[in-house]
Ligand binder design. Structure first.
Ligand code: FAD
Ligand code: UDP
Length: 417
């Protein structure tokens, strides 16, 4: 078999028991699980010209496998999630390494014992490492915020260094804000690690799909009952029906092709877009990617180099380190972060998590709560900073919940319109 693509104009909506918006991991896992567990037809609407969401990869003109929406390295401690993915693909056991370019010298990130020896010299580093171990314990991860709360002069010296040389400029480029201004959960993703372990992640399962992510998505979505409409924006094919005429009236139904759709709708797009931004657009950061190919085997010593004190891009990724591809040439990608101002031409990559934006999101979320067949899921629809494994786990849980409701006949009755 192969993935079934269909033109939206040819869709007979009465044939479908579920609709899934988006074909990233939130959408693709949900579509596959619903089709398989409920033995029903599922219609996937995807506004891009391809499946796979941000994980989409393809061979560039130089023959190098590249990621088109940012570098994606799979890592998880969740065996259920990893075992689920294993049915669709083999894996390359890749362990991600990141180096910061510190005025031309490479230091491991997360900042660790090895980084300390490079920047402080062996003797001073030994004293500082001992202090870290005395206060926090060996092999411990400490967030930059925790470290900055310390009053001990040695710890203040480390905290100041790491703040200024690892976090400050990178975070300003990435978020347009200082590390003090971004939500603590953001910088906590990259702790100071009291260890010699130079890997970026310490999860039990780490790697890259052996034939790439797009291939993985094709295998997941190549299943009887799943039809996919590419280049189809749900916001232009959904007709929203509200309980009243006020701006914040709750949703009472969604019509597709003039019919109220009573089956489950899993929605993984931005929630504000669904409502055409009626309460104002939710803030996101977007990215621009610039690729360069070189006629040499490798350009950099590891998968990603972070520019923490120089350059206007945040990081460079060299894909061959990630994918294990062998070739005489190599492609690298620079990431430039920018404000998200135009949904027509830009992609909302990162939700900007803070109390105000979360409350803004909740205004949209509240409007959907009245609609029992509508399920927002994913990085965009939930306005969260999720890694891939988290989304896959949530999609597996949600599809089980929906399958149980389908078994109960919960979706059969037409809601009053
Ligand atoms: P997406 O992958 O964004 O998929 C959403 C899909 O919905 C898209 O295909 C979109 O086109 C479609 N869509 C949106 N609106 C509509 C609409 N109205 N109608 C139809 N279709 C619509 N995670 C990791 O675990 N490891 C990493 O190394 C990693 N690196 C990352 C690097 C970057 C630069 C970024 C931004 C994220 C990274 N992530 C990583 C996180 C990962 O991208 C997300 O966890 C994952 O994309 C979430 O899947 P999703 O399905 O929720 O969203
Ligand atoms: N960060 C930083 N310097 C680094 C790496 C990370 O300041 O060298 C901060 C920055 O604010 C970034 C956050 O930590 O946005 C999370 O980093 P991560 O690598 O997890 O970001 P992602 O891969 O999700 O873009």
């Amino acid at each position: 078999m192969s993935v079934s693509y269909i033109d939206f104009k040819d869709v007979d909506i009465s044939k479908y028991k579920a609709i899934v918006v988006g074909s990233g991991f939130a959408g693709a896992v949900s579509a596959r699980q619903l089709a398989e567990k409920c033995n029903c037809k599922v219609l996937v609407l995807e506004k891009r010209s391809h499946i796979g969401g941000n994980m989409y990869d393809e061979y560039d003109d130089a023959g190098i496998l590249v990621h088109r929406y940012g570098p994606h390295i799979f890592h998880t401690n969740d065996s259920k999630v990893f075992n689920y993915l294993r049915q669709f693909t083999g894996w390359i056991g890749y362990q991600h390494h990141v180096l910061a370019d510190w005025y031309g010298t490479y230091i491991p990130v997360p900042f660790n014992k090895n980084s300390m020896e490079t920047v402080f010299g062996e003797e001073r580093a030994a004293e500082l490492i001992q202090k870290l171990i005395d206060v926090f314990g060996d092999e411990r991860k400490v967030t930059i915020n925790e470290l900055r709360e310390q009053r001990d002069q040695d710890l203040v010296e480390i905290a100041d260094f790491v703040y200024k040389n690892v976090f400050l400029y990178y975070t300003q480029k990435q978020w347009g804000q200082t590390p003090d201004q971004v939500d603590p959960s953001v910088t906590a993703r990259v702790p100071v690690f009291i260890s010699r372990d130079n890997r970026y992640f310490q999860d039990t399962y780490q790697g890259m799909p052996a034939s790439g992510y797009t291939d993985l998505f094709e295998k997941m979505l190549d299943f009887e009952g799943i039809d996919i409409c590419l280049n189809t924006d749900a916001t232009s094919v959904f007709e929203l029906v509200f309980q009243g005429g006020e701006e914040d009236s709750a949703l009472s139904a969604i019509k597709v092709k003039d019919e109220v759709f009573t089956g489950p709708i899993v929605y993984s797009g931005p929630l504000d877009e669904l409502f055409l931004g009626r309460f104002g657009r939710l803030p996101y950061r977007s990215l621009n990617f610039v690729y360069e190919t070189f006629d040499e085997e490798y350009k950099f010593p590891c998968g990603t180099v972070n520019y923490t004190v120089s350059q206007d891009y945040t990081r460079i990724t060299e894909f061959k380190h990630l994918t294990g591809q062998t070739a005489p040439n190599t492609t690298i990608m620079k990431e430039y972060s920018c404000e998200y101002t135009d949904p027509e031409t830009q992609i909302p990559y990162y939700a900007i998590i803070n109390e105000e934006n979360n409350a803004h999101y909740q205004r949209y979320r509240k409007m959907t709560e009245s609609l029992s067949n509508f399920f927002p899921l994913g990085r965009l629809a939930e306005y969260r900073y999720y890694n891939m494994d988290k989304i896959i786990g949530l999609a597996l849980e949600l599809s089980e919940e929906i399958a149980a409701k389908m078994d109960n006949g919960d979706f059969n009755a037409k809601e009053s319109v």
